[in-house]
Design a protein around this ligand. Structure first.
Ligand code: GRF
Length: 208
């Protein structure tokens, strides 16, 4: 059984996609041990509560400095016994000490086809604003392992989404979530839980 710790910051629709996929069998041999939010008002916490999943808020505001916050985060992750840390709409920059401790065991969902429209300042709605400003015809989402860079870790899965005439950032964000994020995040977790994902020379290989 693969134990997950899911880190959230906002609406929690990716968390909900994982919960639903476990429920309907698209993800097997996985258990969400804990949900951790840096934002006490995150609706994702309500989703966890409704699903009966232990959840807690670890907010940087409650610690005297960044280091203390990171130590608290690491402690909670270790106490959860998580095998895999899932960043699902998580806005916290994961510190080096946690990345090292969970090498190739932290995954993140980014709302573009990496390496396009990613890196510092490219998150949430800003990504879709950049996509529309550039006029690309195809965008999408990426699930990748987290390394010490920003959106630079080995790519696990990607899914393309069409950009339509008249799209607003909000319309595009919703389509990318519905057609890509909520599909590839559960699938990536299922593949990892099934032992089908291997990282070699910084590239992900799916074992058939
Ligand atoms: C999503 O677009 C996700 O790609 C980004 O944050 C947004 C909200 O995610 N990281 P969620 O609804 O909180 O899962």
């Amino acid at each position: 059984m693969l134990k997950l710790a899911v880190m959230v910051s906002g609406g929690g629709t990716n968390l909900q996609a994982i919960i639903d996929a476990i429920e309907d069998g698209r993800i097997q041999n996985v258990c969400i041990e804990t949900v951790i939010s840096n934002n006490k008002n995150a609706f994702a916490l309500k989703r966890a509560e409704k699903a009966g999943i232990p959840a807690k808020c670890i907010s940087p505001k409650d610690y005297e400095d960044r280091d203390a916050f990171h130590d608290a985060l690491l402690r909670v992750l270790e106490e959860s016994g998580a095998d895999l840390v899932v960043l699902a709409g998580c806005m916290v920059v994961i510190p080096e000490k946690i990345v090292r401790r969970y090498e190739n065991r932290i995954i993140n969902i980014h709302p573009s086809l990496i390496p396009s429209f990613c890196g510092k300042d490219q998150y949430g709605l800003k990504v879709h604003e950049s996509v529309l400003a550039r006029g690309v015809k195809v965008t999408g989402a990426t699930v990748h392992f987290v390394d010490s860079g920003t959106d630079t870790g080995p790519i696990i899965l990607q899914k393309a989404v069409e950009v339509r005439q008249g799209d607003t950032p909000e319309l595009l964000q919703r389509r990318v979530m519905e057609e890509a994020e909520w599909v590839i995040m559960p699938r990536a977790i299922h593949l990892i839980a099934s032992g089908k994902i291997q990282v070699t020379d910084g590239k992900v290989i799916e074992i058939q």
